[in-house]
Write a protein that binds this ligand. Structure first.
Ligand code: FES
Length: 508
C-alpha cells in the first residue's frame, strides 16, 4: 500500500475487469434472449449467471471510480474530484471520453435497478431500459479507447479489440434474430388477419391423421396438411377453428408443443347437450377424413414471466398443455388440474408422470370437496393462467388482480344484458356507411352489406370477427380478452360489442 501507484493499478485492473464482465453479461443476455441456450435451458442458473456478471460489472465499475478518486496523481495533478467523475464534462482531463464513461455508469445503474425492480414495472418499460445495455457497451468502448492511460500498449489493444469485436457480434446477432422474429410475427399476424377477414382465405385443408380416445367423452385428433409440409406457426394458447358440415364452426385449443410443426393436435369433448359440432366430430369424423381449418389464432398469449400458476378445469387443460410444453425445463411454474374424475380428465396421468411435484391433479371423486384454487392463486404472486368452467374462472377472476390474471373463456360472460343497446353508425373505408339498429349486431349489418368480415361463434368468445377501430369509442361486450388490452391494440369484436360513441370507424 506504500506504492504511490497502487490506486492507478487498481483503477486499470478494475476498468479492464469491469469492461470484460460487461461484455460477458451482454453476450450472455443475447444468448438468453435469442434462445440459443434453449436446448440446455435452465433459467434459474442461466439467469443467475447473467445477474451475477451484471452485478459484478457494476461493482467493479464502482471500484474503478473509487480508485480514480484515490489516485494521488489524478487528484493532485489532474484535479480529479468527485464532481469530475460524476458530472459529464466537468473533467478537464479528456473531457469527452470521461463524460461518455460517466453516462455509461448512469445507464448501467438504470439497467441494474430496472432488473431489480422487474416485478413491479411494466415488462415493456423493463425491456426498453434493458436495451440500453447495448448503448452502455458502445459508450464504454469509446471511453476505454480514449480515456485510458494504457491505450497505446499492445496488450491493451489486443484486449480492447477482442472485447469490441465480441460485443459488436453480440449486438449484430441480437438485431438479426430480432428482425427475423419480427418478420415472422408480422407474417403470422398478416396470415391471421387474412384468415379472419376474408371468408375462405386463410383456411387449410387438413387430414385427420390420427384419432385417439383421451378420456371419457374426449377424443384427440391429429391434423396434418392435406398436401404435406409443416403446419402453420402457432404460439402457446392458440386455437383453431374447424369448419364442419352444415356451416358449423367450432374452436378448439391446440395441445402439445408449438415447436413441433408436424401436426396440429386438438382434444374435443362431447358437449352435453351438443349444438352439433362435438357430436359430429365424435360420431362422424374419422382417420383419413379431410376438413377445413382456419389458421391458428391466439387470444390467450403466454406472457414472459418468472413464475406461473396454471389452473385448468376439465377440458380447459388443452390450452395450458401448450404453454407448459413451451416453457424451458426449469422455469418456475405449477399446475392445478381439477376435474370430476380422472377418467374424464385428458392428459392427467401424462402430466403427473412428466411433471412430478409441479402438476397437481385433483379429481373430486377421489378427494371430495373443492380444491381452493382461487385462494392459492390469490396469494401465489405468480402470473395466473386459467381455463375451465365459468364458475372456476369467475372464482379465480374475483381473487386475482387483473395484472396477474389471464383467462380463456369458452362460454361467454353475459355482459350485454347490463347494457341498453342503442342504434349506431358504422363506417368502413372502401365499403360504406351503415346504420346499425339496436336489435342487430354490427357484424350482421356489415355482412349484409357485403363487407369482407366474418364471424364464427357470434357470442364473443372466439375472436374470429376482430376488426380494427380507427375512430370512435367501442363498448366491449365480448369475453375474448381484457378490455384494456383490446383498447391498447385498437380492436373490437363486432358480433356482440357496440359503441359508447354514436359512430365507429372500423377497418379489417
Ligand atoms: S364471432 Fe367469435 S368473437 Fe365474434
Amino acid at each position: 500500500m506504500n506504492d504511490p501507484h497502487i490506486w492507478w493499478y487498481v483503477s486499470r485492473a478494475s476498468a479492464i475487469v469491469a469492461w470484460s464482465l460487461l461484455t460477458a453479461t451482454v453476450l450472455w443476455g443475447v444468448l438468453l434472449s435469442t434462445r440459443v441456450l434453449r436446448a440446455a435451458d435452465d433459467p434459474a442458473w442461466l439467469k443467475d449467471l447473467h445477474r451475477y456478471l451484471s452485478g459484478t460489472a457494476i461493482a467493479m465499475t464502482l471500484v474503478h471510480v473509487g480508485s480514480l478518486l484515490l489516485d494521488p496523481y489524478l487528484r493532485d495533478q489532474a484535479g480529479f474530484g468527485i464532481v469530475a467523475v460524476l458530472v459529464p464534462f466537468a473533467s478537464e482531463f479528456k473531457p469527452l471520453p470521461v463524460a461518455l464513461g460517466i453516462v455509461a455508469l448512469y445507464l448501467m445503474g438504470a439497467v441494474g435497478l430496472s432488473s431489480l425492480a422487474m416485478r413491479w414495472i411494466p415488462r415493456r418499460a423493463w425491456k426498453g431500459l434493458h436495451l440500453l445495455s447495448y448503448a452502455v457497451v458502445a459508450l464504454v468502448a469509446f471511453h476505454a479507447a480514449f480515456a485510458g492511460s494504457d491505450t497505446g500498449m499492445w496488450w491493451y489493444i489486443m484486449v480492447s479489440t477482442a472485447l469490441i469485436v465480441v460485443s459488436t457480434l453480440a449486438v449484430v446477432v441480437r438485431q438479426l434474430v430480432g428482425s427475423v422474429a419480427a418478420q415472422r410475427r408480422r407474417s403470422a399476424a398478416r396470415a391471421r388477419s387474412v384468415g379472419s377477414a376474408r371468408h375462405g382465405a386463410g383456411r387449410l385443408r387438413m387430414v385427420v391423421a390420427d384419432r385417439v380416445p383421451l378420456a371419457d367423452g374426449v377424443v384427440g385428433l391429429r391434423l396434418v396438411p392435406e398436401h404435406g409440409g409443416p403446419v402453420p406457426v402457432w404460439s402457446p394458447g392458440s386455437h383453431v377453428t374447424l369448419h364442419l358440415p352444415g356451416g358449423l364452426e367450432r374452436q378448439y385449443s391446440l395441445c402439445g408443443d408449438p415447436a413441433d410443426r408436424r401436426s396440429l393436435d386438438i382434444a374435443v369433448q362431447l358437449a352435453e347437450p351438443s349444438r352439433g359440432g362435438s357430436r359430429f366430430i365424435h360420431a362422424s369424423l374419422h382417420t383419413g377424413d379431410v376438413i377445413e381449418v382456419w389458421l391458428p389464432r391466439n387470444h390467450f398469449e403466454l406472457e414472459p414471466a418468472t413464475d406461473y400458476l396454471f389452473i385448468a378445469g376439465g377440458i380447459g387443460i388443452t390450452a395450458l398443455t401448450s404453454m407448459i410444453a413451451s416453457l424451458p425445463a426449469s422455469r418456475r411454474w405449477s399446475l392445478v388440474y381439477l376435474g370430476r374424475s380422472r377418467r374424464s380428465m385428458p392428459f392427467a396421468a401424462e402430466l403427473e408422470a412428466r411433471y412430478p411435484g409441479r402438476a397437481t391433479v385433483y379429481a373430486a371423486d377421489e378427494r371430495g370437496g373443492r380444491y381452493p384454487a382461487a385462494a392459492e392463486a390469490a396469494v401465489c404472486g405468480a402470473q395466473v393462467y386459467c381455463c375451465g368452467p365459468a364458475r372456476l374462472m369467475d372464482d379465480v377472476a374475483a381473487a386475482v388482480p387483473p395484472e396477474r390474471l389471464h383467462l380463456e373463456r369458452f362460454v361467454p360472460v353475459d355482459r350485454a344484458s347490463a347494457v341498453v343497446a342503442r342504434p349506431l353508425d358504422v363506417e368502413m373505408p372502401g365499403v360504406g356507411s351503415f346504420r346499425v339498429p339496436a336489435d342487430r349486431s354490427i357484424l350482421d349489418v356489415l355482412e349484409d352489406a357485403g363487407a369482407p368480415v366474418t364471424g364464427s361463434c357470434r357470442t364473443g368468445v372466439c375472436g374470429t370477427c376482430e376488426l380494427r377501430v380507427l375512430g370512435g369509442a367501442p363498448l366491449h361486450l365480448d369475453s375474448v380478452a381484457d378490455d384494456a388490452d383490446k383498447d391498447a391494440a385498437g380492436v373490437m369484436y363486432p358480433c356482440v360489442s357496440r359503441a359508447v360513441s354514436p359512430q365507429l370507424l372500423l377497418d379489417l
